[in-house]
Design a protein around this ligand. Structure first.
Ligand code: SF4
Length: 618
């Protein structure tokens, strides 16, 4: 038995209120590394295609990776997995904080929920003992109240992943929350949790993660921390808000529902950037044992938009989606909006996109004040933005139309509103532009989870990951298939293994150090080549899940995001992307059959997935 994992997963049948343990073969861990790799393999094997994502047959998992909770840098993550009610295909959502490590210290690598409870419940795991408990007193409470009540009852050292009122009301824009501000926010999986009447998962324990040589692992960690890359300091000082100004200045950040140019339409953007955000920060916050600690707790608000001291610092995505995207220059209102989302359990990317969609519909006469509950939904109308977000969180009035995301809202509204619904495959688009951003374009359209900025090949990486071929054009859509593939496979690996993207990109000095960390913790004689193949396998099992549900790759991007018509002004003026140029080389490199839009038979067999090939290529 190698190490890095506890060796046990838990199955919780919420209909029958039965719990059982399972031990997986070590090969499963080595082939899929945990997280969404293991999750997708298990759901592909054990869940029938075509199930209702909000029905009893959708399996919901909370899964850690082989490096979660270990001395490897950045091992703070867990991933929620299940069939996504937003896309109808594979769904996953990744979060930091303390919950991932806590699950392992409580004795398990993963917990999977089947069935549906008839009344609100939560799962409590305490040092290897799991029980389903009545959640009547926390149902209806926000995520802060839920954490406080459970901590008072179960002890201060309990860690909690939970849904807020939005998840309970099955809002597809809802997020699973932990540590009052860390969110597993994409794919609509909080609604799946709500559909099962599962309010929370509470974790407590001090069990040890087995490792081949603890002393060596601890020395490795010390060495990694001493040699972190210089960029780690910038992220530590500012967090992701530090990239807001550069993203605006390169026209990467959204503006007016992706129809504007921030530097022109929103010249006051610096008022909500990294510096002013840090000026309102009370103290830094870090996920479990994180040497970077990019998060922050804010001082209490000073003005009209009230929030308490300790509210979490908004991330770049939140500043962009509720700030530049809506021409909202009131920083405290953005902190307040972030706080609303954290308390109700909402995805800030989706919520910001829903408000932008509403404003564009309103400005174009598709919606009137009568539709929007008397709110004047105009760009920069901060009061209306905050009020509508609260309605969305509570599913009240027009907020009920928005709560399931822009695709479903546009369907309900009709009248040509579809063209203002900025989503890919049903998921709202993250806050980076595809026009002039070919890496994001591939990530949004050619990954199993569409519209995702943390997926794909060109995110933050330490030296050694990206290898530019001779004559490589950084701005071109064509000619980056193999280049993107290498980064994407590495991304699949660190996500599945439970490592934070930021720590991976800014902490590890080079790729070799990451491979060494994997060897030290697991005891496997794993190589870089094996890890790249593993990454490809994980991509393909996630994609295979989509294919079996009838979803083809690539996804369609909104015409606006493809530059049809192109922007007229700004740094990205004149750019139109071509779908085939952008996606085909990458998909071919990943072994996808372009005609069928699904994983190719031969590559599946080469990756040791002949059984999956048999299912997809009957
Ligand atoms: S870098 Fe930030 S998000 Fe990543 S583990 Fe550290 S605190 Fe958490």
């Amino acid at each position: 038995m190698a190490h890095g994992f506890m060796g046990k997963i838990l199955w919780v049948d919420l209909t029958k209120k039965k719990i059982k343990e399972e031990e997986l073969d070590e090969k499963m861990w080595r082939d899929y590394l945990g997280g969404y790799g293991l999750g997708a393999r298990i759901l592909f094997d054990r869940q029938k295609p075509g199930v209702d994502p909000l029905g009893k047959d959708n399996i919901l998992g909370l899964v850690t990776g082989v490096l979660t909770g270990t001395p490897a840098l950045g091992g703070s993550r867990y991933i929620m997995v299940g069939k996504s009610p937003l896309t109808g295909g594979w769904g996953d959502a990744n979060s930091g904080g303390n919950v991932g490590p806590a699950l392992k210290f409580a004795g398990y690598d993963a917990v999977f929920f089947t069935g549906k409870s008839d009344k609100p419940v939560y799962l409590f795991i305490n040092n290897g003992k799991a029980e389903i408990k009545d959640a009547a007193k926390i149902w209806g409470k926000d995520t802060f109240e839920t954490e406080d009540i459970l901590r008072a009852e179960l002890g201060k050292d309990v860690e909690i992943a939970c849904i807020g009122p939005s998840g309970e009301k099955l809002a597809l824009t809802a997020a699973v929350m932990n540590n009052k501000g860390r969110a597993a926010a994409r794919s609509g999986l909080a609604a799946v949790m709500g559909s099962k009447k599962l309010k929370a998962i509470a974790l407590k324990g001090n069990m040890k993660i087995p490792m081949p040589d603890e002393q060596k692992a601890s020395e490795m960690r010390k060495n990694l921390i001493a040699n972190m890359r210089p960029s780690a300091k910038f992220v530590s000082d500012f967090g992701t808000p530090g990239i807001f100004n550069p993203c605006v200045e390169s026209d990467d950040a959204p503006c007016k529902n992706w129809a504007g140019v921030t530097t022109i339409d929103f010249p006051q953007y610096k008022d909500i950037g990294g510096q002013p955000t840090i000026a309102k920060q009370e103290k830094k916050y870090g996920c479990w044992h994180c040497p970077i600690a990019c998060g922050g707790h804010m001082k209490a608000s000073t003005g009209e938009y009230k929030y308490e001291a300790g509210a979490h610092k908004p991330e770049y995505e939140t500043l962009a989606m509720f700030g530049s995207n809506l021409l909202n220059d009131n920083l405290e209102s953005i902190i307040k909006l972030n706080d609303i989302c954290n308390r109700y359990g909402l995805d800030t990317i989706s919520a910001g996109a829903c408000i932008a969609f509403t404003i564009e519909c309103y400005e174009n006469g598709i919606l009137t004040k009568k539709d929007t509950d008397g709110l004047e939904m105009k760009w920069g109308n901060t009061k209306a933005i905050v009020a509508m977000t609260e309605k969305l969180a509570k599913r009240e009035g027009f907020g009920n139309i928005l709560a399931d995301g822009v695709k479903i809202a546009a369907k309900k509204i009709g009248k040509g509103s579809e063209k203002y619904a900025m989503h890919v495959g049903g998921e709202e688009i993250a806050a980076h532009d595809t026009r002039g951003g070919p890496g994001f374009a591939i990530g949004y359209g050619a990954e199993p989870t569409p519209g995702r900025h943390t997926q794909g090949g060109e995110g933050p990486h330490p030296p050694g990951v990206m290898i530019e071929p001779p004559g490589f054009d950084r701005g071109a859509y064509k000619g980056r298939g193999q280049y993107h593939k290498r980064g994407a496979c590495v991304c699949e690996v660190y996500n599945a293994a439970g490592i934070c993207m930021i720590v991976f990109g800014d902490g590890y000095g080079n790729l070799g150090q990451f491979v060494e960390a994997m060897q030290t913790i697991t005891g496997w004689d794993i190589t870089m080549d094996e890890l790249l193949k593993t990454g490809e396998r994980i991509y393909n099992i996630r994609l295979a899940f989509n294919a079996r549900e009838g979803l083809k790759i690539p996804f369609e991007l909104p015409e606006r995001m493809m530059g049809i018509p192109p922007k007229k002004v700004g740094p990205r003026a004149g750019i139109t992307m071509n779908k085939e140029d952008t996606f085909n080389e990458y998909l071919e490199a990943m072994g996808v059959d372009l005609k069928a839009g699904k994983p190719g038979k031969k590559r599946l067999e080469e990756l040791g997935m002949a059984d999956v090939a048999k299912v997809l290529w009957k």
